[in-house]
Design a protein around this ligand. Structure first.
Ligand code: FEO
Length: 382
């Protein structure tokens, strides 16, 4: 029997120190109860007390034989020290990299029993058998996933995870916060996710149990299909993200006018984001989601207004590629924003920057409309 003993975190201000999670996050953890008991990951130390209660209740007086460490990031491994104190005879299960990094977090962990597993190794618990598959960089180098053969469960580590506490998001569309999670946290590692999907394809999987978000028990092809699209950097939807960085609202006005032109020209989905105020992680998500983007930015200190620079920096480090981009810049005396944006985009792979690049001077005027119409037409027809 596999029992969920994860916990919700609804009072965290920033997940991983940077992502807003208005509906919190879940730290998932599972018990496999058999002749031997395996604990599948711990939880963030922030929620240790609540988790310990669920663990103790789940054990019904028995003890944990194995702690399987699929991922060492503190949102999952944070309570390993406590578990070692509670069960000094426990055997820690990880791969060679797990045990190289583990003492960096828990100096005493080296004194524990350790079972070092390699690709395909099995651990028999009675009627349940786990097999292990490495998944390096999904999302740290030591990550592995585990497959339990009798219940056909893939324990997928961060894979297929999403933001959102389970208690607050039971009826919510999975993809919305799974997509924001994926591109911001795992987005850089598409090739490694593709490699993991290939390994998973060889297994007979009926359920996916991630370390965040709901356990996936049906329609797995939908989730796997989205992961395949996302990790191969293909756009998921036709549409245009209009992202703007505006100081006094004049660049914003031009951006909104461009968005209106796109809608008038028949673009079905146009998303508009204010990079200074809206959630940066959602802007990143939308940039990856849609096939086209128009960037509108003010010039600033001989460069581009900082929130646009920040946005493009995020896209660079997340491996953004294979998209079509239009540019509009604003400048009162020396417009250079488009040049800076172009330079940053040209450092990414397979980015097509369309013409015309539009320059407005301080405010959008009637004389700017033809060039903006031309840019909107090129993007709409692309
Ligand atoms: Fe949920 Fe990479 O930790």
């Amino acid at each position: 029997m596999i029992k969920y003993i994860g916990v919700d975190d609804t009072d965290i201000d920033l997940f991983e120190g940077q992502y807003i999670v208005p509906e919190g996050i879940s730290y998932n953890s599972y018990l496999i109860l058999d002749e031997k008991i395996a604990l599948m990951d711990t939880v963030d130390i922030r929620k240790y007390d609540e988790w310990e209660e669920k663990l103790t209740a789940g054990l019904e007086g028995r003890k944990v034989d194995y702690l399987v460490i699929l991922h060492l990031e503190p949102d999952h491994a944070g309570s390993i020290g406590k578990i070692i104190e509670m069960f000094p005879d426990i055997t820690l299960v990880g791969n060679a990299r797990t045990f190289t990094m583990l003492p960096q977090f828990f100096e005493d962990a080296g004194k524990c029993n350790q079972l070092v597993v390699k690709e395909g190794d099995e651990l028999n618990l009675g009627s349940h058998t786990l097999s292990f598959y490495t998944a390096p960089m999904v999302h740290w180098p030591e990550v592995m996933v585990a497959y339990e053969a009798s219940e056909k469960v893939l324990f997928a580590a961060d894979g297929f995870g999403k933001f959102g506490a389970l208690s607050l998001t039971a009826d919510e569309d999975w993809a919305c916060e799974a997509r924001r999670y994926y591109f911001n946290i795992v987005g850089k590692y598409g090739a490694q996710v593709q490699a993991l999907l290939k390994k998973a394809a060889a297994l007979d999987i009926e359920k996916i149990y991630p370390l965040h978000g709901p356990m996936l028990t049906e329609n797995l092809g939908y989730y796997i299909g989205l992961y395949d699209t996302w990790s191969s950097y293909k756009p998921e939807s036709e549409g245009v993200l209009v992202a703007y960085a505006s100081i006094y609202g004049n660049t914003a006005k031009a951006a909104k006018e461009l968005a209106k032109m796109l809608v008038d020209k028949g673009v079905e989905k146009v998303a508009v984001t204010d990079l200074a105020r809206d959630d940066m992680a959602e802007a990143i998500e939308d940039a990856f989601r849609y096939d086209r983007m128009i960037l509108c930015a003010a010039s600033y200190d001989g460069g581009v207004f900082p929130c646009m620079h920040d946005f493009l920096h995020h896209l660079q480090i997340k491996g953004f590629k294979n998209r079509t981009v239009g540019l509009l810049e604003n400048g009162s005396w020396a417009p250079v924003a488009a040049k800076v944006m172009r330079n940053m985009l040209e450092e990414m792979n397979d980015i097509t920057i369309v013409e015309p690049v539009v320059t407005i001077k301080s405010t959008m005027k009637e004389s700017d409309i033809p060039a903006m119409e031309e840019l909107a037409t090129v993007i709409a027809n692309n």
